[in-house]
Write a protein that binds this ligand. Structure first.
Ligand code: FHN
Length: 460
């Protein structure tokens, strides 16, 4: 099933505004901020995180008053123009008795994910935490009365899992002066947006940074009406309470890392830290009619593609209204996790490919993509990730026989399968070095060959 996607427009918007280019842009030494680099160290190593979109929208799950509402599930209030007074009544029905923070964290752990980011408040304005700033929250407005962030923070602390909070700083359809709701309230241009920031968004950011232990990152989103001055207030607030907390790329000012458009993976490697937020089906918040899950092989390819370009993959699940993450999405994630338990060395702490030809190439005919950008023809045979003295070649298709290593000046010490340590003979001929992988390929989800070389870094 393909949902008529409004997020593709959003993705295009982000792509245009954030200009994640196909080629790596070297960062001049003078531009490197040591404090920022220190904050980013865990993020650069982690590579793979679990995004969780959960809120009242999981109850209608894509349907309102018996009618299917197209689009992403968490946008149902906007798409169906549901009045605040009516939407608020969902809170009285929200009683996710099967919610089990330990089970969610266990899933992320089994999946091989190193951090979790959950929607503390999405555009509908509903908070998953007890908030003195607004009674429209899970403790004060629902029969459930439990603080989800508190339970998740405790579960994450037990398992050494980093926890970050998504927070919709600008769009808040519940508030007369929040951005986005023009069906109950006046258009954005006539709103007192600073009143909303002062009375809800800024106090709630303070709350989530104060009451739940160390916060790995704040994931701001859709910065409508965010002037540089307003964004600065959020940056100062975050830094003043938890200086180590990362800020994503959608605050409305430069964050600690670049956030690409939804489901967008840049064509080439990037030197700045970056992250792709992505759906496992076609929605973020749960929709009962979207069961088009990505397959484990697709996810593994995307993960390696992203890591080989220096980025992180933040892959989303949408729990149901009873608190359970759909079993089929759990199964997919756990299968990826099984692959990572064997091959994780090629991912965690790995850096981008020192090569790049394997990623693909711009269309020689000068073709353009749907956004009018130069078309990049992606190659999917294999990806390369690196660590000092080691290259990891992850093959998704049978490699050519023999497979020639890309040119580099370093001496090669040895090559072997990551999964079982079996050596591969390196044959030198006419200045090239090659190995032959027997068919069928060891693991069709991704077969990793480690090539160890002299020195720390590849010299070309
Ligand atoms: O409008 C949101 C959407 O609901 C979802 O949260 C995504 C996740 O990246 N962000 C916005 C669209 O880009």
């Amino acid at each position: 099933m393909r949902l008529p996607s409004r997020f593709s427009c959003v993705a295009a918007f982000w792509l245009l505004t954030q200009s994640v280019s196909a080629a790596a842009q070297p960062v001049p030494a003078s531009a490197v901020d040591p404090q920022k680099e220190a904050r980013l160290a865990w993020f650069r190593d982690a590579k793979y995180g679990l995004f969780i979109h959960w809120g009242l929208y999981a109850i209608p799950a894509g349907e309102w008053k018996g009618e299917r509402v197209p689009g992403i599930g968490e946008w149902i209030m906007n798409r169906a123009k549901i009045p605040v007074a009516e939407y608020e009544r969902l809170a009285a029905q929200f009683n996710p008795v099967k919610f089990d923070a330990d089970a969610w964290v266990q899933l992320a752990h089994d999946a091989g994910m190193k951090y979790i980011v959950i929607t503390s408040k999405h555009h509908d304005g509903f908070a998953l935490f007890k908030s003195p700033a607004s009674r429209f929250n899970i403790v004060d407005a629902t029969p459930f009365k439990r603080d989800v962030l508190k339970e998740l923070a405790a579960a994450c602390a037990k398992r050494n899992m980093r926890l970050g909070f998504y927070y919709s700083q600008a769009q808040d359809w519940h508030e007369p002066n929040g951005a986005g709701n023009n069906w109950d309230f006046v258009p954005n241009a006539q709103k007192d947006f600073d009143q909303y920031l002062r009375d809800k968004a800024e106090p709630q950011i303070r709350e989530i940074l104060t009451n739940y232990g160390p916060v790995a990152l704040i994931w701001f989103d859709t910065p409508q009406l965010m002037t540089p001055e307003r964004a600065r207030r959020f940056t100062d607030l975050v830094r003043s309470i938890q200086p180590q907390t990362l800020i994503d790329g959608r605050l409305g000012a430069e964050g600690d890392y670049i956030t690409t458009g939804d489901n967008i993976i840049p064509g080439g490697k990037q030197t700045q830290a970056w992250e792709t937020p992505a759906t496992i089906n076609h929605t973020w918040g749960y929709r009962k009619d979207d069961v088009d899950w990505k397959r484990p092989g697709e996810i593994i390819f995307k993960l390696l593609d992203i890591v080989s370009k220096g980025g992180n993959y933040l892959l989303n699940v949408g729990p149901m209204a009873d608190g359970v993450i759909p079993q089929a999405s759990q199964d997919v994630l756990r299968e990826v996790g099984r692959w990572l338990r064997i091959n994780g060395e090629a991912v965690y702490g790995a850096t981008a490919t020192p090569f790049g030809d394997e990623l693909g190439e711009p269309s020689a005919r000068g073709a353009k993509d749907v956004r009018g950008e130069p078309l990049f023809l992606v190659r999917t045979d294999y990806r390369v990730t690196a660590k000092p003295g080691k290259l990891f070649f992850t093959f998704f298709l049978e490699p050519r026989v023999p497979f020639e290593l890309p040119a580099m000046k370093n001496a090669v010490k040895q090559a072997y399968f990551l999964a079982n340590g079996k050596p591969l003979e390196i044959v030198e001929k006419d200045g090239t070095r090659a190995f032959t992988v027997r068919r069928p390929i060891l693991d069709p989800l991704g077969t990793v060959i480690v090539v160890e070389f002299e020195g720390d870094a590849v010299m070309r």
